[in-house]
Design a protein around this ligand. Structure first.
Ligand SMILES: NC(=O)C1=CN([C@@H]2O[C@H](COP(=O)(O)OP(=O)(O)OC[C@H]3O[C@@H](n4cnc5c(N)ncnc54)[C@H](O)[C@@H]3O)[C@@H](O)[C@H]2O)C=CC1
Ligand SMILES: O=C(CO)COP(=O)(O)O
Length: 423
């Protein structure tokens, strides 16, 4: 074992996912691995769901004389050859140390830090594919906006990823429209990272809440064992001392850029729920905007939406969630604002009303393979609320579900969200 402070190894980082946000985060991280060679190996693996793609004529890479452009090519080969994700993040140059990899197993080989970043409907299958292929002491964060609802109840994706893979997983979420971050326009984000104390080898900052739901091994210190809720039996392995600690400071070094400011917190539930639930609110904002009702209507929907986000957290994640996460951090009200202004859920919901089309049809037609998260989240959250007998306590979430089901109309939103049990 290396003496404290001497670390012979560097962290290898893999981004699992390569959509609009996955590719953007790979860019951010690759810039930082290059800038912090004492902590990280420069190459960032990016796992890509392989598909064939034909370079469109409006791409700067289009050359009618090149065989690359006359027929569809493997997306990984295009990304690695052109250093651009021409399908999901066109027009943005990627650092050459981002390596697209179609093999899930190979992309995570020897990785000590994983960033899960793909549409939430795919993550469970991906975890099945990853199971048994990770270093047992790997750590991760989830950038996924959604919640994992099953007949057993509700889990955060950070929790279910951690449980399935036997690793600690935190969460990253914020007011982060991917195309803006990719173009290096300023934004903030929130990372909730609350790993076992054995990782940091530094005292936990004063007043920092401990909210991980994972059990710790005997390697952990007794005080932290007592302060952590234990909701499952996952045992975590300590990061060997050969690697630099994966504490707040070093995780921040991996994600923070001059144009992408990171705030580290410990409220994993608050960060995850803000990102997941605002997608339902963004649909409602799109519906009223599609009716041409203007900014006041949208603000009304957003006001009720943030209240329902907080209420949901307090009701179902009471032992860990903090109201301030929703009101003070980028992952809360700030994400609600940006998503209800220019997010895909907002835009597609708006178009569905204007064009009198289903939102699924708009998604298919307009997003070129990108996926909405709000529609399935509205269904999943509704199934969970029904099972808890709490549909009426969340009139906006329930209204969005009923609009998607065709049971009520966007025009009914004002009556449906009329305060009944808010103070
Ligand atoms: N795009 C954005 O502005 C932001 C997105 N997010 C969140 O990040 C997460 C990932 O979103 P994006 O990267 O935008 O994805 P995206 O919407 O661009 O989704 C497309 C991705 O899904 C992959 N995919 C398609 N079928 C698949 C399958 N069967 N198995 C596995 N992967 C498959 C595609 O290869 C592609 O990488 C979502 O939860 C989203 O809410 C968070 C912040 C900003
Ligand atoms: O999460 C986002 C911004 O923070 C993006 O939202 P959309 O998926 O609706 O585009």
């Amino acid at each position: 074992m290396a003496p404290l402070g001497i670390h012979h190894k560097k962290h290898k980082v893999t981004v699992v996912g390569s959509g609009n946000w996955g590719t953007t985060i790979a860019k951010v991280v690759a810039e930082n691995t290059k800038d912090n060679p004492d902590l990280f190996e420069p190459v960032v693996q990016m796992w890509v769901f392989e598909e064939e793609f034909k370079i469109p004529e409006n791409s700067k890479h289009y050359d009618p004389g090149s065989s690359l452009c006359t027929k569809p090519q493997k997306l990984t080969e295009l990304i690695n050859g052109l250093h651009e994700n021409v399908k999901y993040l066109p027009g943005v140059a990627l650092p050459h140390n981002v390596v697209a990899n179609p093999s899930l197993e190979d992309s995570v080989k020897d990785s000590t830090f994983l960033i899960f970043n793909l549409p939430h409907q795919f993550i469970n299958k991906i975890c099945d594919g990853l199971s048994g292929h990770l270093l047992p002491f790997a750590r991760g964060i989830s950038c996924i906006k959604g919640v994992d609802v099953s007949d057993k109840g509700i889990e955060l994706f950070s929790e279910s990823i951690g449980r399935k893979l036997g690793i600690y997983c935190g969460a990253l979420s914020g007011a982060n429209i991917a195309s803006e971050v990719a173009q290096e326009k300023f934004s903030e984000t929130t990372i909730a990272y609350d790993p076992p104390a054995m990782d940091s080898r530094h005292p936990t900052p004063q007043g920092s809440p401990r909210s991980s739901s994972l059990n710790l091994t005997a390697l952990d210190d007794e005080a932290s064992l007592q302060s952590k809720p234990k909701s499952n039996n996952t045992s975590l392995r300590a990061l060997p001392a050969d690697w630099p600690p994966l504490n707040h400071e070093n995780v921040k070094k991996l994600l923070h850029r001059p144009y992408f400011h990171v705030r580290m917190v410990s409220d994993v539930a608050g960060v995850s729920l803000g990102g997941a639930l605002k997608n339902i609110v963004a649909l409602a904002a799109g519906f009223v905007d599609g009716l041409g009702w203007g900014d006041n209507a949208k603000a009304a929907v957003m006001r009720v939406g943030i209240l329902e986000e907080v209420k949901f957290g307090k009701l179902f994640f009471a032992d860990s969630v903090k109201t301030q996460t929703f009101t003070e951090e980028s992952c809360g009200v700030a994400d609600l604002i940006t998503s209800c202004s220019g997010g895909r859920n907002f835009r597609c919901a708006k178009m569905s009303v204007q064009r009198k089309m289903s939102i699924g049809e708009v998604e298919e037609k307009e997003l070129n393979g990108q996926k909405l998260q709000g529609t399935s989240t509205a269904y999943e959250v509704n199934a969970f609320l029904k099972s808890e007998g709490k549909e009426d306590a969340f009139p906006l979430f329930t209204a969005v579900y009923n609009i998607l089901e065709g049971k009520v109309k966007p025009e009914d939103i004002p009556d449906l969200i009329e305060a009944k049990d808010y103070p």
